[in-house]
Design a protein around this ligand. Structure first.
Ligand code: NDP
Length: 280
C-alpha cells in the first residue's frame, strides 16, 4: 500500500511537463514524503478524472492548459485571487473534504520579477500582450505592486477592453489593439499571448520598449522564444522567459499543500543548466 500523499498535474499535452521534477526536488529539499505525477487529461474527461483522483485519496492537483477554467468550475470554493482570475491552477482537499481552488500564476510571475530578477514594478509602465487566461491571472497581482499604468493589447481588441474594464477599480488600466500602441513606451512588456508557442510574434513597433526596459515572455522553451529574441534585438535591459514563473507558481502550490516554502533558486538553476544556460 502506498502511504505517501498523492499529487498530480493534469493537462493536455503533458508529456514534457517539468512539474513532476520540480515537486520532487521541492519534496527532497523540505524532507516531505509525497508522490507527484503528470497525467494527460482532456477537457472532456477532466471532471471525472479529478473526481476519481480525489475519491482515491489524492491530496492536490495542478491544472494546466486547457483545464484552468474547468478547474475553476470544479472547485467547491475559491480564493480571492482565483475568483478574480476566473481560472484555477491548484486544487487542494480541505479538512472537511471540500476542494479549494487557487491560482498561483500571478504570484509566481511577480515573485520571479521582484525577487529573482530584482526588478521594480512600482511606478512602472507595463504593457501586457494578450487577453487570455494567463493575462487575467496576472493583472491583480501586478496592480498590487502599484505600477504607474497597465495597458493590455490584444489581437481581438474587445477582449482587451473588457478585461481592463474588470480591473478598473484596482488601478490605472486600459485595453486596446496592437496598432493603438504607436508612440507609447513601456518599462516592462509581458508577452502573455500564446503566439510564442508557434514561434510567432504579435505586431510590435520597434520603439515600444523604454530605455532600460525589460521584456518577459510567459512562455518558455529550451531555445529563446520569438519574443525573448525580439527583446534582445530591441536592446532590452533584460529579456526573460517564463521558466522562473513556472518554478515560482509551483513553489506557491507546494506551500499551499505542505505548509512549507521550498527554495526556488536551485531548481531554476538546474532547469536553466539542463537547457544549456549557466545563469538563471
Ligand atoms: P489563451 O489561449 O487563454 O490566450 C491566448 C492569447 O494569445 C489571446 O489573447 C490570443 O488573442 C493571443 N494570441 C494567440 N495567437 C496570437 C497571435 N498569433 N498573435 C497575436 N496574439 C495571439 O492562453 P493563456 O493565456 O492560457 O496562455 C498564454 C501564454 O502564457 C502561453 O504561452 C502559456 O504557455 C503561458 N503561460 C505560462 C505560465 C508559466 O508558468 N510560465 C503560466 C500560464 C501561462 P485573441 O484573444 O485575439 O485570440
Amino acid at each position: 500500500m502506498n502511504l505517501k500523499d498523492r499529487y498530480a498535474v493534469f493537462g493536455q499535452p503533458i508529456a514534457h511537463s517539468k512539474s513532476p521534477l520540480i515537486h520532487q526536488i521541492f519534496a527532497q529539499q523540505t524532507g516531505q514524503s509525497l508522490d507527484y505525477e503528470a497525467h494527460e487529461v482532456s477537457a472532456e474527461l477532466f471532471s471525472s478524472a479529478a473526481e476519481t483522483f480525489f475519491a482515491e485519496g489524492g491530496k492536490g492537483l495542478n491544472c494546466t492548459v486547457p483545464l484552468k477554467e474547468l478547474a475553476w468550475a470544479f472547485a467547491d470554493c475559491k480564493t480571492e485571487r482565483a475568483r478574480l482570475g476566473k481560472a484555477v491552477n491548484t486544487l487542494s482537499v480541505q479538512a472537511d473534504g471540500s476542494v479549494l481552488g487557487d491560482n498561483t500564476d500571478g504570484c509566481g510571475l511577480v515573485r520571479d520579477l521582484l525577487i529573482n530578477h530584482a526588478l521594480m514594478l512600482t511606478g512602472a509602465r507595463i504593457l501586457i500582450l494578450g487577453a487570455g487566461g494567463a493575462s487575467r491571472g496576472i493583472i491583480a497581482p501586478l496592480l498590487e505592486q502599484s505600477p504607474r499604468s497597465i495597458v493590455i493589447a490584444n489581437r481581438t481588441v474587445s477582449k482587451a477592453i473588457d478585461l481592463a474594464g474588470e480591473f478598473q477599480d484596482r488601478g490605472a488600466i486600459a485595453g486596446c489593439g496592437f496598432n493603438a500602441l504607436n508612440h507609447s513606451q513601456f518599462d516592462l512588456i509581458l508577452n502573455a499571448t500564446s503566439a510564442s508557442l508557434s514561434g510567432r510574434l504579435p505586431p510590435l513597433e520597434a520603439g515600444l520598449l523604454a530605455e532600460n526596459g525589460v521584456c518577459y515572455d510567459l512562455a518558455y522553451g529550451d531555445a529563446p522564444t520569438a519574443f525573448v529574441r525580439w527583446g534582445r534585438e530591441n536592446h532590452a535591459f533584460k529579456s526573460l522567459d517564463g521558466l522562473g514563473m513556472l518554478v515560482e507558481q509551483a513553489a506557491e502550490a507546494f506551500y499551499i499543500w505542505r505548509g512549507v516554502h521550498p527554495e526556488t533558486r536551485p531548481v531554476i538553476e538546474l532547469l536553466n543548466f539542463q537547457r544549456g544556460e549557466n545563469q538563471p
